[in-house]
Design a protein around this ligand. Structure first.
Ligand SMILES: Cc1cc2nc3c(=O)[nH]c(=O)nc-3n(C[C@H](O)[C@H](O)[C@H](O)COP(=O)(O)OP(=O)(O)OC[C@H]3O[C@@H](n4cnc5c(N)ncnc54)[C@H](O)[C@@H]3O)c2cc1C
Length: 410
């Protein structure tokens, strides 16, 4: 019997981790990992942090060492795009006209930056941040010092702003919301992050969007809806991402804010799976589909999809988790809080060392530890317990968090 071929479309974190898992589980068929970018798989978090600032080597960003793929007989095809899936023939088409038959296919095509649509958006000197190539261009811009306008105070914009400021640039952040990430975290935590940037000398133009970019060939000014004119040498736009669903949609797979998948990460087409930023997967704990645009999700969903491809029982129910580093403020967030009644704090907000808890009906639905470490596991256990919690104990730093976990899971 000829060996099976498992194809992975999208060679980034989710795809590379899926390939690794297949080999670690003893799959001895062909593993073909196909990616549009010229690079072997790498991780994106350093691109707004240490690598952007020139503090870490490029090599550190890669998921595996250069010889890993050959050593593990993973056929890595970089600079190659999957252009179509033929469900009847179980083949994928590649750019250049080649075709490849698959026994199982996993889509890990990720997401791409949302483009801003205002007058002047086509001017030179307006950048987006997604790839190593984007980052290399921006590293050179950061070497020139000067002034940068950052459009969007979400995580990408905020981290870029922090790094640019750390390198000594003049930075203005523009966002239509009153506070950074206000929609996701509310006013208290949004206010904390605004203050962090202000304390580091960033001009925060909040509650106003971009009306136009202006300049002669290249951007030189940003005009805001609040009537401000921000002079700049270049601009960086971080206004969210959209999942790259085109390939799946063209093949007729169910798509709804991502490629729809069940808890095994299998899409509406049997034998085809989805993982990472792209997947809108049924979450057994939350009992609806969720799409998570964060590193840990790609790291864990890729291997989970690989196990599902091998026919193992998979139920991907991890509590969403992500991290961010800005200046000397590191944080981890766990949960998926779409609504809450109150946010309570444990620790010292003024000193920037605290855990914020989002509570709904007295239950913890989200938790963010800021410059407090080794608590993330407890936060996740509190969320998973779904038990109503004693707020006085939760916010009392002298009550060990793990004792609350024991109590609430008892
Ligand atoms: C600058 C930056 C900083 C970040 N920092 C953090 C952080 O601090 N914390 C955190 O939790 N998360 C962070 N993230 C998010 C995290 O990096 C993403 O969630 C993660 O990269 C998703 O991985 P993925 O493999 O699903 O998709 P992606 O990383 O988007 O990779 C998809 C790959 O598929 C390729 N591809 C697309 N279509 C095709 C096709 N048709 N054929 C072949 N290949 C294709 C793409 O070229 C790409 O290489 C950051 C993201 C960025 C951009």
């Amino acid at each position: 019997m000829s060996k099976q071929t498992f194809v992975i479309a999208g060679a980034s974190l989710a795809g590379a981790k899926a390939a690794q898992e297949l080999r670690e589980r003893g799959f001895d068929g062909r593993v073909v990992l196909i990616g549009t970018e010229p690079e072997r798989p790498y991780e994106r978090p350093p691109l707004t942090k240490d690598y952007l600032r020139g503090e870490s080597e490029r090599e550190k960003a890669y998921v595996h060492a250069a010889d890993y793929y050959e050593q593990h007989e993973i056929e890595l095809m970089t600079g190659t795009t999957v252009t179509a899936i033929d469900l009847d023939a179980s083949t994928v088409k590649l750019d250049g006209g080649r075709e490849l038959a698959y026994d199982r296919l996993v889509l890990t095509t990720g997401s791409e930056p949302r483009r801003i649509e205002v007058p002047g958006a086509e001017l030179d000197g307006i950048y987006y941040m997604r790839s190593l190539a984007d980052c290399d261009v921006l590293r050179r811009r950061l070497d020139d010092s000067g002034r940068v306008a950052v459009v969007g105070a979400g995580w990408i914009g905020s981290e870029f702003a922090a790094s640019a400021r750390q390198l000594g640039l003049d930075v203005t952040v523009i966002d239509p919301l009153a506070l950074p990430n206000e929609r996701i975290f509310g006013a208290e935590v949004g206010g904390f992050y605004r203050d962090v940037h202000v304390q580091h000398g960033v001009e925060m133009l909040l509650g106003q969007g971009v009306e136009a970019f202006e300049g002669d060939g290249a951007v030189g000014r940003v005009r805001t809806s609040g009537g401000k004119v921000v002079e700049c040498d270049f601009a960086v736009v971080g206004i969210g991402i959209t999942p790259r669903t085109g390939l799946a949609a063209d093949a007729g797979l169910a798509v709804d804010n991502g490629v729809v998948a069940n808890e095994r990460l299998e899409t509406s087409a049997p034998g085809i799976f989805a993982a990472g930023d792209l997947a809108s997967a049924w979450h057994p704990f939350y009992e609806h589909h969720i799409r998570v645009e964060h590193w840990a999700n790609a790291l864990n969903q890729g291997p989970a999809a690989a196990r599902a491809m091998l026919g193992e029982d998979v139920s991907f129910d991890r509590i969403p988790y992500f991290f961010s580093d800005q200046y000397d403020v590191g944080m981890e967030y766990s949960g998926y809080a779409t609504s809450w009644d109150e946010v309570v704090f444990r620790g010292d907000r003024g000193a920037g060392e605290f855990i914020a808890f989002w509570l709904s009906d007295g239950r913890v639905v989200g938790g963010m530890n800021v410059n407090v470490w080794d608590v993330n596991q407890h936060v996740q256990e509190l969320i998973r317990s779904r038990r109503q919690i004693d707020v006085a104990a939760l916010t009392d730093v002298d009550t060990p968090l793990d004792s609350l976990v024991t109590e609430s899971t008892a």
